[in-house]
Design a protein around this ligand. Structure first.
Ligand code: SAJ
Length: 420
């Protein structure tokens, strides 16, 4: 294994994972080149500013740029290590099941192929289907016949390649990047060891070495595990409603059992990970993943159930105004990606003849699918609405004096006002 030191690294993809990763390595004194196709993001970062919201990240990026340790460009350059942190969405196919789209990973690999040298390390951090990291090795080999790659020559290869999935929780990214244990899966043992040596510069948690395929399945399993467990809670919420039982009370009491820990029901599952990653498993092994598919179905069914419930309540009470509280995919963040609340708000507004008011304390603009609706502050919404639908348990809603809800029909999908 080469012991080439990590003086300069290149991070491809400066989003919610890549930019914090770049900043953390720079904060440890490594020279980092961040690469992104978004010219505005590159420009902002080079001015010490950022294009995403994550606690503490603005200061860390600013310091790194000012010290000359972090710069951004449109294309990769030669470096001791290249980290790929680009999106891996799915291609929607409601008939045959959604399938993964790894085209950004392929494009990133092809963009860095020309700058690889003997002793280079390539790490795929993007969440991807099992086998993608080995495929990256093959793609790189197609472009560089002058170098050897680990899918072919194992630990003797000129270039080391590993998968080390990001596992950070939005809102706590910087803390979790440093303190979480890190799974490092090399295509060969030498790849694992070299990748672990890189992460040890920045990570205080343990670096757990395994194979690339195992590391890929580990990441997918973590998010599928959470999705299945949320689906159980969501299904329970439908059962409890049908049986006229308070689901929040039932879950709290069940969780007193020493081996039971039921998650919380909600309006559906959002975010760019948990609603997406289970499909990567289901697509790879369709005949043996009925539970994972069923869980996706339960969670994806919840927004429609909630919007019907809101519309029924408005109809039966002849309401003129509905207040929708919260649009983000979970509490106390501004991230709207895959948020079930947006689908619910859109479905309600489409079928409701009265006024639909939106309250989202963490963003000032509505997404395109809700253009035409009115965003107001909490007080204005509560003054006007006869029906109040709580979709996200943001702090201002948790802190609300519940007598503000007197006389209104309240649909609380998060259980923060369960005693009403
Ligand atoms: N949710 C519920 N009930 C719960 C918990 C969550 O309805 O009891 C909903 C949330 O409201 C949200 C969605 O699930 O809509 C996902 O939220 P989350 O907090 O469970 O997870 P994410 O998507 O913010 O981050 C996850 C994390 N994965 C796990 O906890 C296994 C994070 O560690 C990963 O790094 C991240 O996905 C990722 O990037 O893959």
């Amino acid at each position: 294994m080469t012991d080439r030191p990590f003086v300069k690294i290149c991070v491809i993809g400066l989003g919610y994972v890549g930019l914090p990763t770049a900043a953390v390595f720079a904060s440890r004194g490594v020279h980092v080149l961040g690469v992104d196709t978004n010219a505005d993001a590159v420009d902002l970062i080079n001015r010490g500013k950022i294009h995403i919201i994550e606690p503490g990240l603005d200061t860390m990026v600013h310091e790194a740029v000012m010290k000359g340790l972090l710069t951004a460009e449109a294309k990769p350059e030669a470096a001791d290590a290249h980290i790929i942190a680009v999106p891996t969405p799915f291609i929607a196919d409601f008939k045959n099941g959604h399938r993964p789209d790894v085209s950004c990973v392929q494009a990133a690999a092809e963009s860095l192929a020309p700058v690889l040298t003997k002793g280079s390390l390539v790490i795929v951090e993007s969440t991807c289907p099992v086998g993608t990291t080995v495929q990256v090795s093959k793609w790189l080999a197609e472009h560089r016949s002058d170098l050897t790659f680990p899918h072919d020559t194992g630990s003797e290869a000129d270039v080391n390649i590993a998968h080390s999935p990001e596992r950070v929780l939005p809102g706590k990214v910087l803390k979790e990047l440093i303190s979480n244990d890190r799974v490092v899966g090399g295509i060969s043992p030498a790849c694992s060891e070299r990748a672990a040596n890189l992460y040890k510069i920045a990570v205080e948690g343990e670096c757990l070495m395994t194979t690339a395929n195992t590391a890929e399945l580990v990441k997918l399993s973590e998010n599928a595990y959470r999705d299945v467990n949320i689906a159980f809670a969501n299904e329970l919420s439908l059962i409890a409603e049908e049986l006229d039982v308070n689901v929040w009370d039932a879950i709290e009491l069940a969780n007193h059992h020493p081996r039971v820990n039921i998650l919380q029901p909600g309006p559906g599952v959002g975010g760019h990970c948990i609603a997406v990653d289970p499909w990567f498993i289901a697509h790879s092994a369709p005949d043996v993943s009925p539970l994972i598919r069923a869980a996706r179905g339960v969670n994806d069914g919840k927004p429609g159930y909630v919007s019907d419930k809101i519309l029924d309540a408005a109809k039966s009470s002849n309401a003129k105004t509905i207040a929708i509280l919260g649009l983000a995919y979970k509490a106390d963040i501004d991230d709207l990606r895959e948020s079930p609340a947006i689908d619910i708000a859109a479905a309600v507004a489409k079928d409701f003849d009265g006024q639909t008011l939106i309250v989202e304390p963490n963003t000032g603009t509505l997404p395109d699918s809700l253009s035409g609706l009115t965003q107001v502050d909490l007080d204005t919404a509560l003054d006007a609405a006869e029906v109040v639908a709580l979709l996200v348990d943001h702090k201002p809603f948790r802190d609300l004096a519940t007598n503000r809800l007197d006389g209104k029909i309240v649909i609380d999908t998060r259980g923060i006002w369960r005693d009403l």
